[in-house]
Design a protein around this ligand. Structure first.
Ligand code: HEC
Ligand code: HEC
Ligand code: HEC
Length: 437
């Protein structure tokens, strides 16, 4: 009697388990395929290809590595160039960049060109899948001649033996294999869509903005777990862990620029429309100032053609006071005393020296973090070959009482046609207490 019952039970288990396992295998297969298939995960360790060593390739590799800003991310503060160890603070703890010098033990000296190509295309190295602090969504667009030139240049750099600190990441994020799950959910290899109708310089601009220049690492809105949302890649965002707003980049928000002024801004850090500060000043100083004029013009052309991201249904903002209702003789007197010498009584600045505050989207942004931060702590435009002694903006945090600071901020947000919401004391305090680097 008992044997048939056991058999029947076995059949039931099979009848449930088999479809379930099949389903799990099918979903897993789809997800593995989605992140680039097994091929993306199998790193070619022992390739034969050697890097080029001719001067022309090395010079090209150096130029490309500068635009990709490899050295900035792979150098710790005050450390040897490319030896790694720069800390990246994330919601899940601190992550360190790796040693990219040709040291065989701690760097990439034992790598073949095949392995380097694989890492740049797929974001998976011999150590496993990389964290998304490595710009894999962007570097996947690089063409192989450029990747080869970058590798050639890296392998020509001084060899530095340097172990980088171990990552300090919390929970599951500390487990590198969990990045396989992350990839399955969020990494979708993509090539840039065909755009044959567009001219060569537009194409070049797109390659530099979306690929090597990885602008969306800061200017893009993030999805869950540090993922990047392709449609929102220029939608503007607070930079994680830094308390700066990287503004929206598209043809509407950049409509006050001309192609040549925007190219000038990217190469020199200043233009009649704005001058760079904070993280953007660093990007220009370390990377973009080296752009050739043709490449800067190409990037500007592409940026000024970017279609605005689809508007997300946002929570309706609570009705807020308009700054222009708070403008009066007191705020005007403060402005005349503290700001007008440089930014002009009419808020229009002085061309190429002091940026305009009138009609400046950074001044009227819904998220006023940059405005408050610059006014409290001052700012310095980048030092570039074309602008070796930039003017800087003095800090006001310790010079004025809070009520005057707020009156001033509202004055610039509500004068000369600017029409933004009023700044409140808690907004100012939140920025005052930001941990600054
Ligand atoms: C925005 C910062 C950033 C930029 C820019 C950047 N990297 Fe990295 N890179 C990282 C971080 C962080 C890691 C470590 C990721 C990890 O541990 O998963 C990394 C890892 C790597 C690795 C894997 C090394 C290994 O041993 O696994 C390679 C190769 C690499 N980067 C090459 C480059 C090159 C070449 C460039 C320039 C074209 C570049 N990176 C630009 C942040 C950056
Ligand atoms: C490390 C983060 C970071 C990266 C990478 C970055 N930006 Fe920015 N960018 C910012 C921040 C923050 C600002 C706001 C401060 C300022 O205006 O200087 C900014 C401002 C700008 C502005 C000024 C917009 C305006 O209307 O005033 C332009 C244009 C710009 N970025 C273009 C780029 C391009 C093109 C790239 C890629 C090559 C890029 N950025 C990469 C952080 C970044
Ligand atoms: C001594 C001259 C000077 C004075 C005084 C001055 N600024 Fe500035 N300001 C500058 C310079 C130079 C920059 C550009 C800094 C940079 O690019 O890093 C700047 C930048 C700014 C920006 C950023 C503009 C942008 O494009 O995002 C704001 C906002 C600003 N100033 C507000 C003020 C306010 C408000 C006051 C008065 C409380 C003031 N400034 C007083 C010189 C000055």
């Amino acid at each position: 009697m008992s044997a048939p019952r056991r058999v029947r039970r076995a059949w039931w288990v099979l009848a449930i388990a088999f479809p379930l396992l099949t389903l799990i295998a099918a979903v897993g297969g789809v997800l593995i395929a989605g992140q680039g298939g097994f091929q993306a995960l199998s790193v070619p360790h022992h390739g034969e290809l050697k890097p080029a060593t001719d001067a022309a390739t090395l010079a090209r590799g150096e130029y490309l590595a500068r635009l990709g800003n490899c050295t900035t991310c792979h150098t710790r503060r005050g450390g040897a160039p490319l030896a790694g160890g720069r800390a990246f603070v994330t919601e899940w703890g601190t992550l360190y960049s790796t040693n990219l010098t040709p040291d065989a033990d701690t760097g990439i000296g034992a790598w073949s060109l095949d392995e380097f190509r694989h890492v740049m295309a797929h974001g998976v190295s011999r150590n496993g899948p990389l964290y998304p602090a490595f710009p894999m969504q962007h570097f996947q667009h690089l063409d192989s001649a450029d990747v080869d030139a970058i590798f050639a240049w890296l392998m020509s750099r001084p060899t530095i033996a340097s172990d980088v600190p171990a990552n300090r990441l919390e929970g599951i994020a500390g487990w590198r294999s969990a990045m396989l799950g992350w990839r399955m959910l969020f990494h979708r290899p993509q090539s840039l869509p065909d755009a044959d109708a567009m001219g060569a310089s537009w194409q070049r601009g797109r390659y530099l903005v979306e690929g090597l220049g990885h602008c969306a690492m800061c200017h893009g809105e993030r999805g869950p777990w540090g993922s990047q949302e392709p449609l929102l890649r220029h939608a503007g965002s607070r930079i994680p862990g830094q308390g700066w707003l990287a503004p929206t980049l598209d043809r509407d928000t950049l409509s006050r620029w001309t192609v040549s002024d925007l190219a000038r801004y990217l190469r020199t850090g200043t233009a009649p429309q704005a001058s760079a500060y904070g993280p953007m000043a660093e990007v220009i100083q370390s990377s973009l100032q080296h752009l050739t004029e043709a490449d800067a013009l190409a990037m500007a052309e592409y940026l000024l053609d970017l279609r605005p991201a689809p508007r997300l249904a946002r929570r309706a903002a609570p009705p807020a006071e308009r700054a222009r209702n708070l403008v009066g003789s007191h705020s005007l007197a403060l402005y005349e005393t503290h700001c007008a010498d440089c930014h002009g009584g009419d808020g229009r600045g002085r061309e190429g020296v002091f940026p305009p505050l009138a009609g400046n989207p950074q001044v009227t942004a819904a998220d006023p973090v940059n405005l408050i931060r610059v006014t409290l702590f001052g700012a310095a435009a980048p030092t570039t070959a074309a602008n070796p002694a930039p003017h800087s903006m003095p800090p006001f945090a310790d010079r004025l009482p809070e009520a005057d600071l707020i009156a001033l901020l509202n004055h610039v947000r509500g004068s000369w046609g600017n029409d933004a919401t009023a700044i409140t004391p808690p907004q100012l305090q939140a920025i005052r207490t930001l941990p600054l680097e």
